[in-house]
Design a protein around this ligand. Structure first.
Ligand code: C2E
Ligand code: SIN
Ligand code: SIN
Ligand code: FE
Ligand code: FE
Length: 376
């Protein structure tokens, strides 16, 4: 082509087309909001030769614009009226500036806290099919000479915004569906615990531990998420246990413990007829989370790998959490007491491999137990 793309502020048409083709099909098939987000930001960065490109999504109910910079990281948020991004969102107009510091709308706080120096900046509103502004594309610091965004950049990024606004709306709706599904699941899980002194935090912690163990055991992200979603419901069968047993301050008699044991089969019965993957997973977990590796557990006395991997994972997650928490019948154990027991029960109560995964991830377990500790 004979043109060095870095020395000019415009790129050859072939390069441009290639970028668009590469990303368009990926974006069209992506339902995961995080992945989509990162793909779109990457595409914007390449299209405009920017040093950084951020995709902000409006959350009008909370008066925020939020973004994801990388996978796994938490969302970052800015107030919906803040800075140049906020101005583009409010006005629905493109903002292109060669030196952000000469514009009073620019929020210097962002640079101040990150040590970054913003010069040129391009903000493009993103609209949905109803032409409502749902977000803003923000490209920062053009990597060319002269280091300013051109009208072509505006055109390209606007085109990208139009094209992807639709995918994004679809993904936002989809992620809201997932989020409400999650909330319902946590609420259901809490029902199982609510009559005892346990709180909703117990089910959230168990979900996080189960996810870590599932990933550590080599399961895919998708399957690990499935276990994370289903594990909060492991004790839902406790709804049918009488208060006198569930909240008994002392040790249960053998008869009482027999009643208690029914929570596994009750939970299984609640879910077993569902065709939904999450609920089928929940059925397995409800039934098998008190099985033991050496065959001495309940309700079926299964042994070793006859116990479903999901059951073996949640068994450890549940006991780790139960021991660290105050119950009507016991004080919370220290981390040392808990890890001693888990080490002792390797190959007895617990799958030895899952115990190894547990110890590899112990710091993360402790971090979660502290972050989501029950309020006293
Ligand atoms: P949970 O309180 O959620 O406890 C889950 C599992 O954690 C228990 O399953 C057990 O494997 C482990 N665990 C909890 N506390 C201790 C402990 O102090 N020592 C040891 N070694 N392990 C502990 P498990 O035993 O099958 O019990 C199932 C459920 O039955 C418990 O769920 C709890 O709701 C109830 N339960 C068990 N024992 C008693 C008891 O002595 N008194 C009362 N009130 N309830 C009990
Ligand atoms: C950047 O980090 O991309 C510039 C500041 C901002 O995104 O708000
Ligand atoms: C912000 O102001 O927080 C983002 C950066 C910008 O709008 O220029
Ligand atoms: Fe249980
Ligand atoms: Fe539990």
């Amino acid at each position: 082509m004979g043109v060095n793309p870095v020395s000019t502020s415009e790129m050859p048409a072939e390069t441009l087309l290639k970028i668009i083709f590469d990303y368009a099909s990926k974006i069209a098939h992506e339902n995961d909001l995080d992945t989509l987000h990162i793909l779109m930001a990457d595409m914007g960065k390449k299209l405009t030769m920017a040093d950084r490109c951020t995709l902000w999504i409006a959350d009008p109910a909370n008066q925020k614009l939020w973004s994801k910079i990388a996978h796994g990281m938490n969302r970052i948020e800015i107030p919906i009226h803040t800075g140049l991004v906020g101005a583009a969102y409010q006005s629905g107009e493109i903002i292109s500036i060669s030196d952000a510091y000469e514009d009073e709308r620019f929020n210097r706080e962002v640079d101040r806290s990150s040590g970054y120096r913003t010069k040129s900046i391009l903000c493009i509103p993103i609209r949905n099919m109803d032409q409502e502004v749902i977000g803003v594309y923000q490209a920062v610091n053009k990597q060319s000479y002269p280091p300013v965004f051109t009208e072509k950049d505006e055109t390209y990024l606007s085109l990208a915004a139009t094209y992807t606004g639709q995918s994004m709306e679809k993904a936002i709706l989809y992620s809201e569906l997932i989020e409400s599904q999650k909330e319902i699941i946590y609420m259901m899980g809490t029902i199982g615990e609510s009559r005892s002194a346990e709180t909703g935090k117990h089910v959230k912690r168990v979900a996080s531990y189960a996810y870590i163990l599932a990933k550590g055991a080599g399961l895919s992200e998708e399957e690990a998420r499935l276990i994370e979603l289903a594990s909060p419901m492991h004790d839902i069968g406790k709804v049918s246990i009488p208060d006198a047993i569930l909240n008994k301050p002392g040790k249960l008699t053998d008869e009482e413990f027999d009643v208690m044991k029914q929570h596994t089969e009750t939970g299984h019965r609640i879910f077993r007829n569902s065709k939904r993957k999450i609920l089928q997973t929940a059925a397995i977990i409800a039934r098998q989370h008190h099985e033991k590796w050496d065959g001495t557990g309940y309700p079926d006395g299964l042994k070793g790998k006859d116990i479903h991997l999901y059951g073996r994972i949640v068994a450890l997650a549940d006991v780790f959490d139960a021991l660290g928490t105050k119950r009507p019948y016991k004080r919370p154990w220290t981390n040392d007491e808990i890890t001693d027991l888990i080490r002792r029960e390797k190959g007895k109560h617990f799958d030895p491999f899952i115990v190894e995964v547990f110890f590899e991830n112990l710091p993360e377990f402790i971090r979660i137990s502290e972050q989501y500790a029950d309020s006293p």
